[in-house]
Ligand binder design. Structure first.
Ligand SMILES: [Zn+2]
Length: 271
């Protein structure tokens, strides 16, 4: 339990992990707390649950920002609990969770980390039972917390968590710091507008990305512009029949993920 909590707003804590550079959020109210994302595995989830207990003894509720393993496979450590998520997140875990868990475990097997593969395989899939369509207000020990689905982006079910009185937004992987955004399940054409909606819906200036350092609104705007440029170049390349690699070469901000970003953009344009 080596990673410290950092208080980024009144009673709002972030724990940034060496594993995947993942951020987990914790909102602390009078007699309740809210945990935002649960890490990669039951083992990591247990470490997180113990870390929560160094901050508060209050009963927890959990939110999953999206269904990717690094954000929710630790949920078993928090059971029994209410687990909030967007409706399609619950469906993704229910329908694809098992295959996804095996896919991730095999990646660890192939990278000679059989112990981590084993931890992933032993992590129970917890299907969210409290579902959000677009907007849900929670009372976390007297504090107002808003769960918002603002449109498709990193996935088709990203949920952001807003703590208005603390001026903090936990953005999940709609925002990433330290590495380019990830596109494996992304909807690039929708993503810029989703970030516009994030900025328009709150005045909060402390934005907690799914991975990396805590950022501000200006960073989100800059990431939005990078994604808008992808949409622009991708749409142009698609119309011209340009190969994915050629378009990707013009998108240095997306680094090693540029080809996947263009491929997902083409995929969306072909639908
Ligand atoms: Zn993700």
């Amino acid at each position: 339990m080596s990673e410290p909590w950092c208080e980024v707003g009144d009673g709002v804590f972030v724990r940034r992990h060496a594993s995947f550079d993942l951020n987990v959020g914790l909102v602390v109210g009078d007699d309740a707390c809210l945990v935002v994302d649960t890490r990669c595995s039951l083992t990591e989830g247990r470490d997180l649950a113990a870390a929560v207990r160094t901050i508060t003894p209050a009963p927890w509720t959990v939110v999953a920002t999206h269904a990717h393993f690094d954000h929710c496979f630790g949920s078993g450590a928090f059971v029994p609990t209410s687990l909030w998520a967007q409706e399609r997140c619950a469906r993704a875990i229910e329908i694809d969770g098992e295959a996804d868990r095996e896919r991730v475990a095999e990646l660890y097997d192939r990278s000679s980390q059989p112990d981590v593969a084993q931890q992933i395989r032993q992590s129970p899939l917890v299907v969210p039972d409290r579902l959000v369509d677009q907007h849900q207000v929670l009372d976390v020990g007297g504090r107002r917390v808003e769960l918002r689905h603002l449109g498709r982006g990193h996935t088709d079910h990203d949920l952001v968590v807003v703590v208005p009185e603390a001026g903090v937004v936990l953005a999940g992987d709609l925002v990433e710091e330290g590495a380019p955004p990830q596109f494996r399940a992304a909807h690039p054409l929708d993503w810029p507008a989703t970030l516009d909606a994030l900025l328009a819906g709150t005045t909060a200036d402390t934005v907690v990305p799914g991975h990396g350092a805590v950022v501000d609104r200006a960073f989100v705007r800059a990431q939005r512009d990078v994604l808008q440029n992808l949409v622009h170049r991708g749409t142009q390349g698609h119309a011209e029949g340009a190969p994915v690699e050629d378009v990707a070469r013009d998108l240095p901000d997306l680094g090693e993920f540029a080809e996947e970003a263009v491929r997902r953009t083409y995929w969306q344009l072909d639908r």
